[in-house]
Design a protein around this ligand. Structure first.
Ligand code: DC
Length: 231
């Protein structure tokens, strides 16, 4: 493949395989991978730890003020073949995936000041190109000029089933209905929030993963990358 480096924006619903695909793609291309959902999860984790969220309602002023003390970094874990997320140098990768964080992250991600700070950090990461970033607003807000934009989706039931299996495999005590309701609830908040709602960019290509294997998804995407780089 040519050495031309591009920005690849992957947006879409929660639990439709975005981060797995983005990770594999970055590895294959030798690109940097940034999981922007992890960044909103870190802010949520801090807010939960500090007691700034009550009944899923965050104390906005406290969260906004707390942003200055949050430094988010990523490190590629070669052995496990995955990204690890750090909060001020502490490995929080496991903790930010817990259901409690998933249940509270959407309200945190609706705070305009939180989004502004995350978008600023995301753009800093993309300056050199050669990046795969996944999230909800990457193709619409963070990098509207990204050379390749993919909008991933799958039916809520299929996404909940995948998420349920993942959590079970990690030994967590969850039930399917709870996971499905979390997936549907997040879809609703993500798509209807005022600031940067999840929506397909006009120039994004849709990838419905409902009935595709991970290998098929990756192959499909690599072909699109080739078209952009070589075309
Ligand atoms: O991709 P994820 O499920 O880890 O994302 C967690 C939450 O963060 C999700 O409910 C929506 C929010 N999010 C966002 O608002 N914008 C992004 N770019 C990425 C995630």
């Amino acid at each position: 493949m040519s050495t031309k480096k591009i920005i690849i924006a992957i947006d879409g619903h929660s639990s439709c395989g975005k981060s797995t695909m983005a990770k594999q793609l970055a590895q294959k291309l030798g690109y940097v991978y940034i999981d922007t959902g992890a960044m909103y999860r870190v802010v949520t984790l801090v807010a939960l730890r500090k007691g700034w969220i009550e009944n899923k309602v965050p104390d906005k002023a406290k969260v906004i003020d707390g942003l200055k003390d949050i430094k988010i970094t990523f490190q590629w874990d070669e052995k496990q073949g995955k990204n690890t997320t750090f909060l001020n140098g502490e490995n929080v990768e496991e903790e930010i995936r817990r259901l409690e964080v998933s249940e509270n992250v959407s309200p945190i991600s609706t705070i305009a000041e939180v989004r502004a700070e995350m978008v600023h950090q995301q753009r800093e990461n993309g300056k050199e190109k050669g990046i795969v970033m996944d999230g909800r607003d990457i193709g619409t807000v963070v990098f509207p000029n990204a050379e390749l934009k993919i909008f991933m989706t799958a039916s809520p039931e299929i996404r909940a089933e995948r998420r349920y299996k993942e959590l079970k495999e990690k030994g967590l005590d969850v039930n399917f209905e709870e996971v499905l309701s979390n997936v549907e609830g997040r879809d609703k908040i993500d798509s209807t929030r005022e600031v940067s709602p999840l929506k397909q960019a006009g120039d994004a290509i849709v990838l419905d993963t409902s009935y595709m294997t991970r290998e098929e998804q990756l192959e499909w995407t690599i072909n699109k990358v080739k078209e952009r780089i070589e075309g």
